[in-house]
Design a protein around this ligand. Structure first.
Ligand SMILES: O=c1ccn([C@@H]2O[C@H](COP(=O)(O)O)[C@@H](O)[C@H]2O)c(=O)[nH]1
Length: 234
């Protein structure tokens, strides 16, 4: 296997668009250069379950960041299982009982169970923005707190920024899947992302996967942009 192919396995391309045709076009273009295609709130709210057809033939990370009472989240997970997502997200801030309910519901898929990821502190939140929500101590401390809770409740892995990878690897070792958005190639616009790192830095720090959206999807040639990022982490 070539270096770019190895890097491609660890690249998740985020497709955020309300258009089913655009989602299909992007999934077709970037799919060969990444391990998973991530479909999120915007595309799912616009299209519902039909969205998954746009990514047919690719492993799908369905990033809906479920956050509600345990009974409701469990029901949502059960409703999503027929779509056969490879990965699914819940918010760690929903608490232990909610995460445990999501995990129990996901078990119904047996061997085809999606990897259950708990979102810790959104990568768009700076220390100041997090403090505004009433959380003192900064993102690293809060990510570690939520990570402990989420892994103990049955999450397979975590969504965090590159800044927290080392503290999570020190605390939990190599096992948890660490999925890292807030990724920007050197010189790229950060947009609304606050806690960012380059693809190479995130992988070197111990990310299992990196998530890259706009730097790929707004490129003149999304396939070439994805291939270049995959090669950079190969
Ligand atoms: O903390 C989080 C959790 C999820 N995301 C999602 O990742 C992508 C990032 O897109 P970019 O265009 O590369 O900024 C997007 O779909 C988010 O919903 C995140 O950014 N941070």
């Amino acid at each position: 296997m070539g270096a770019a192919r190895h890097g491609a396995r660890r690249l998740i391309a985020a497709i955020d668009t309300p258009s089913l045709d655009e989602a299909r076009r992007l999934a077709g273009a970037v799919g060969p250069h990444c391990g998973l295609v991530k479909l999120g709130l915007e595309a799912f709210c616009a299209n519902g379950p039909a969205l998954l057809d746009a990514a047919a033939g690719h492993d799908v990370f369905l990033d809906l960041k479920l956050h509600d009472i345990p009974n409701t989240v469990a029901g949502a997970v059960r409703a999503l299982l027929p779509l056969r997502p490879a990965m699914l997200t819940v918010h760690a801030a929903g608490g232990s009982a909610m995460i445990a309910a999501a995990r129990e519901a996901a078990e119904a898929a047996g061997a085809a169970r999606p990897v259950l990821l708990a979102v810790t502190v959104l990568t768009s939140l700076s220390a100041g923005a997090l403090a505004e929500t009433g959380v003192a101590g900064g993102p690293r401390q809060q990510v570690l707190r939520l990570a402990k809770l989420a892994l103990a409740a049955g999450a397979d892995g975590l969504v965090c920024s590159a800044n927290e990878i080392s503290v999570l690897r020190d605390a939990f070792g190599a096992d948890p899947v660490l999925v890292v958005p807030g990724i920007r190639p050197a010189g790229a616009d950060h947009g609304d992302q606050a806690r960012v790192a380059t693809p190479e830095a995130a992988i070197a720090a111990g990310a299992s996967y990196i998530v890259v959206g706009r730097p790929i999807t707004t490129a003149a040639n999304p396939a070439a942009a994805a291939a270049s990022i995959a090669a950079s982490i190969g």
